[in-house]
Design a protein around this ligand. Structure first.
Ligand SMILES: NC(=O)c1ccc[n+]([C@@H]2O[C@H](COP(=O)([O-])OP(=O)(O)OC[C@H]3O[C@@H](n4cnc5c(N)ncnc54)[C@H](OP(=O)(O)O)[C@@H]3O)[C@@H](O)[C@H]2O)c1
Length: 330
């Protein structure tokens, strides 16, 4: 089978396309014929050898896989079941989804909702699950549309675009925050953003509190922009910290938390419990807006093209989601 693997002992050398034999299927494991994977930010780091993602090479990369069970050594799944695997350290400490075959413990898999095609499930993938998790954390912590606009940063990325759509569908006024709003503003508005602003519009030059122009946020960028979001969030608002595309560090003070009661909610889709995953996938299956998913897919590519797409993603030039098809594209 073909697999995109980090074979070198030094993961910084990145991944390459290999032909390997699947291992014998252990007890409690399920073999999945992968139809589709996708390219997430973390995949781009692993494939290009940045970011210390792959922990114990040789290792197949890829944090998402969607396919059909071929063989099962666990009673929870049977041949023919359509399944989704995301997170649970796929492509990090266990072989991942950028391969024709995936063998994982049954606990890693959930059943693909019947209303989603395998392609749609891969198009959503970790990005969709994460956006849905972030919205649910906001809502569970009391964020309502009446409180005011919710900002989404990294708006042209996978998580950002799906978050915009889910928030708009749930009745929130969405402020898309993008470095590329001048070029892609109309597209972002057509996907549900009420307003598109540049990250510069939120710049506080290190001040921990600012005007209070947003009621909450889903942040895929981190770093200084996350600190700026906290400074601009109104009383009792919620900010979901999802990503680090713009930086790992967070420089702020306790002022937003103590003087405005703001909650900073950490989002971890990797170890999200399966019971929550089931609920979130049902939410995702029940709707993105009609036709929106197809419009946030930049491309469907084959395994050999993945490294090139990963480089554009890390250069901040990629748009939306790219699905990876394991079979022939014709
Ligand atoms: N916590 C979790 O469980 C979880 C799950 C999935 C993803 N993530 C993280 O969430 C982030 C987004 O993931 P993704 O898959 O949506 O990535 P993506 O598709 O590459 O989108 C990232 C977006 O962030 C912005 N961006 C990229 N580089 C930037 C930079 N250097 N400075 C500022 N903004 C930059 C860009 O949006 P604009 O050009 O529009 O500004 C880009 O489209 C990543 O950090 C990823 O690791 C976390």
């Amino acid at each position: 089978m073909k697999a995109l693997r980090v074979t070198d002992n030094d993961p910084r050398h990145g991944a390459s396309l290999c032909d390997i034999q699947p291992d014998t299927l252990p007890e409690g494991y399920v073999r999945v014929v992968v139809h589709y994977s996708a390219i997430n930010y973390k995949d781009a780091l692993a494939v290009t050898g940045r970011g210390n993602i792959v922990r114990s090479p040789p290792r197949t990369v890829g944090i998402d896989a969607v396919g059909v069970v071929d063989r099962s050594n666990d009673p929870a799944f049977a041949p023919g079941d359509r399944v989704i695997a995301t997170g649970w350290h796929l492509g990090e400490t266990r072989d991942g989804g950028l391969a024709e075959i995936l063998q994982v413990p049954a606990q890693v898999l959930i059943v693909c909702p019947s209303s989603l095609s395998l392609w749609q499930a891969a198009a959503l993938g970790t990005a969709g699950l994460t956006a849905a998790l972030a919205l649910s954390r906001l809502q569970n912590n009391g964020q309502t549309p009446e409180m005011g606009p919710v900002a989404v940063t990294g708006a042209t990325g996978g998580v950002g675009l799906i978050a915009i759509d889910l928030l708009a569908l749930a009745g929130y006024e969405v402020v898309a925050v993008s470095r590329r709003g001048t070029t892609y503003g109309d597209w972002l508005r057509s996907l549900g953003a009420a307003e598109v602003i540049s990250p510069d519009a939120l710049e506080t030059h290190g001040k921990p509190l600012a005007s209070g122009s947003i009621a909450g946020a889903i942040d895929a960028v981190g770093g200084d922009l996350l600190a700026d979001l906290l400074a601009h969030t109104k009383l009792a608002g919620n900010v979901a910290a999802v990503g680090l595309a713009g930086g790992f560090e967070l420089h702020t003070t306790v002022a937003p938390f103590l003087l405005r009661g703001i909650a900073l909610l950490g989002i971890d889709s990797v170890q999200c419990p399966n019971v929550t995953r089931h609920e979130l996938w049902q939410t995702l299956a029940a709707g993105l807006s009609t036709g929106h998913l197809e419009r946030i897919i930049d491309d469907t590519v084959t395994l050999d093209t993945v490294p090139a797409v990963c480089r554009t993603l890390l250069a901040g030039e990629h748009l939306g989601r790219t699905v990876v098809a394991m079979g022939d594209l014709t």
